[in-house]
Design a protein around this ligand. Structure first.
Ligand code: P61
Length: 464
């Protein structure tokens, strides 16, 4: 393709949703009422909502049109067959199992494959994924490369599996105790970092040699495909559609939260190659999610999802604009000297809270404190991704202290403009300049499971 002087989003805006800037006093009150947890804020109190890129995409006019064509039949819905075709065409898996969202697929997969005492390796944990692995009686072991745990490492594929770590694990526990490896594309907790095709291929070969299945978390596989096209030799001339298809070809199946790449507000699926395994998954599906031809989605949800899957790969400019906006924000912050995870990732900017708040010990939740302070400054809502998210070790009961203590500013797809990114950057700079005034936090309420969603805090007296 001829190089253009500049590029722009491959869409224009047809509908808008007003947002309101509150006062500083309003936000002070709101964060206190929310127990310093941005998950507990009301969205009306938020100006720019970067809590998540999950389920927050703007749908296209074609997707909204597709909603009207939903076939709401309980069984055998036309919309189900359209969606099955879309998944087969774009991802290339024969067996398609719809779920209400990503964690529904994780639940089913974990239940059919994991037995008490099994070990499930993965390239860094994800909260719900690990929850379901442990809930099924398994133990998660991190086999991502070391660079992924270092926010400053410029490695182009920080999502790569460390094959030496994986081999050592197989040696240690025995391949028969490892039902599958879960390989995440564009690793969320590492900062939206891709893995390379070469690494995925090698991992798949090693697994096959030992009879271990490779299951992708293909939630952000499109974004991973973009980085492969940009960074990996031999892929520059291939479309992201072809690269995505190739990624999936090096796996036995995938779980997908369709609330990200797939451009819908709800939905997900499990995809497999083995029809026998798929049969077992459908047995559980009908008990936990819904009939095997809707799995928790309405007919209209499935129509919008099928349209979203085709749309995300129709032109490479879609993902280029999406990641381009993330890069735009990241580059401003880097120029301002703000410590962020490098290289800039696919779905958001990750502020290095340990570096920004070096005086707050990790036991006082620096990233939680930074996310709260950022919200109070200008109504920008991010999310803690550090010790609160990591939770407690199920055997010792102690906090798990991850090396990465981050605040994630996740960018919804097709929702905000460049000016929103400018305001966000200004606020991050302003808060960082006054970081001495930010107090550490302590729990006032700590849920037992996935605590970060609903926990509450108060400032530590005398801190900040
Ligand atoms: C997010 F704070 N992600 O990034 P579901 N795999 C991967 C995900 O990113 C993912 C799921 C599976 C969310 C929502 C969320 O700790 C949290 O459709 C790579 O959300 O069930 C979800 O897919 C699960 C936010 C989830 C969190 C868990 O914002």
């Amino acid at each position: 393709m001829a190089q253009r002087r500049s590029w722009a989003e491959p869409y224009k805006i047809k509908v808008v949703e007003p947002i309101v800037m509150t006062t500083r006093g309003d936000r002070d009150r709101a964060i206190e009422e929310a127990g310093y947890n941005t998950f507990l804020l009301r969205s009306d109190d938020v100006f720019i909502d970067l809590l998540t890129d999950s389920g927050t995409s703007a749908m296209s006019d074609r997707q909204w049109g597709a909603l009207m064509q939903g076939d709401e039949a309980y069984a055998g819905s036309r919309s189900y067959y359209r969606l099955e075709d879309a998944v087969r065409d774009v991802y290339g898996y024969e067996e398609f199992i719809p779920t209400h969202q990503g964690r529904g697929a994780e639940h089913i997969l974990s239940q059919i494959l994991i037995e008490e005492g099994d070990v499930v390796p993965g390239n860094m944990y994800f909260t719900t994924t690990r929850f379901h692995q442990e809930y099924a009686g398994g133990r998660f072991v991190d086999v991502i490369i070391e660079e992924a745990h270092d926010p400053a490492s410029p490695h182009p594929f920080k999502g790569n599996v460390d094959l030496a770590k994986l081999s050592a694990l197989i040696e240690e526990v025995g391949a028969e105790r490892i039902p599958y490896i879960s390989v995440e594309t564009n690793v969320n907790m590492a900062g939206g970092q891709p893995l390379s095709m070469a690494n995925l291929k090698e991992t798949y070969e090693l697994c096959r040699k030992h009879g271990i299945l490779l299951m992708l978390d293909a939630t952000r596989a499109l974004e991973n495909a973009w980085f492969i096209q940009q960074r990996e030799e031999g892929y520059q001339e291939k479309s992201v559609k072809a690269i995505l298809h190739e990624i999936c070809s090096h796996s036995d199946g995938a779980t997908v939260s369709s609330k990200k790449d797939n451009l819908v507000n709800i939905g997900g699926f499990l995809a497999l190659r083995d029809p026998k395994l798929a049969g077992r998954a459908r047995d559980l599906l009908v008990a936990f999610e819904g009939l095997h031809t809707y799995g928790g989605m309405s007919g209209r949800d499935m129509e919008a999802l099928a349209a979203g899957i085709y749309e995300m790969v129709a032109v490479d400019d879609h993902v280029r604009a999406r990641i381009g906006q993330v890069q735009y924000l990241g580059e401003i912050l880097m120029k301002e000297g703000i410590p962020i995870v490098q290289p800039i990732g696919g779905h958001g900017i990750f502020l290095d809270a340990k570096a920004i708040l070096p005086d707050i010990p990790q036991a006082q939740f620096p990233a939680q404190a930074l996310a709260a302070a950022l919200y109070v400054d200008a109504g920008v809502r991010g999310m803690e991704r550090g010790v609160v998210s990591a939770g407690r070790d199920p055997t010792t009961g102690d906090h798990r202290y991850p090396k990465l203590e981050l605040v994630r500013l996740a960018i919804p797809r097709r929702v905000y403009t460049q000016a929103h990114m400018d305001v966000t950057a200004e606020s991050v700079v302003a808060v960082t300049e006054k970081s001495d005034a930010i107090p550490g936090l302590e729990f006032t309420y700590e849920p037992d499971e996935l605590r970060f969603f609903r926990s509450r805090f108060r400032p530590v007296v005398g801190s900040g």
